[in-house]
Design a protein around this ligand. Sequence first.
Ligand code: SAH
Length: 204
Amino acid sequence: MRNKLAEVLIAKGIKNENVLNAVRKIPRHLFMDSSFEGHAYQDKAFPIAAEQTISQPYTVAFQTELLEIRPGQKILEIGTGSGYQTAVLLQLRAKVFTIERQLELFKKTSLFFKKMGYRPKKAIFGDGYKGLPEEAPFDGIIVTAGAPEVPKPLLAQLKIGGRLVIPVGIDEQVMTLFIRKSAKEFEKKELGSFRFVPLLENKN
Ligand code: SAH
């Protein structure tokens, strides 16, 4: 079923073999509630706890491909959710830092990572709007929730040459790639529309 899912992603335009191999390898059904297991290898998003969703496999593959990860690179993920995207990043041998703002999901997914032997460098309960200044700069930052606007700290925490992949918009999001060209310059590319649960800012 995972091989078939990879074929679907190839048909939709995913080319990176490492990303496809991650999809072939990672047991997505284990990241979902048992009542949805039968759906796990369809190319669809599904509900998880705390009214959040596990992203559609195509979206995960598309965002991951845009990061152009090389082994050992430092990647920050905003929105751990089910942990599936985290597992894909780990499979590409990135050093992963991941942040989740829903306590229920943070606890559940942290336990699940331990059980499965997935080892992010850090899984953090907190507000990803602020990034993770103490671990910056990053080779890549991936935001897995829809951002009404691009959080400035995330741009500031990229290495020169680093890439930020972020869906931007309110009802619908435009997948946006920023590549840091120098201390002050960023190249920006807009790459199609997607739908995500909202990135929420902690106002307190
Ligand atoms: N990568 C996840 C996607 C989960 S949906 C997966 O594949 O399952 C997006 C997640 O972003 C949700 O779990 C939501 O709680 C989280 N989120 C929303 N705003 C956030 C913020 N400011 N900081 C960290 N996480 C946030």
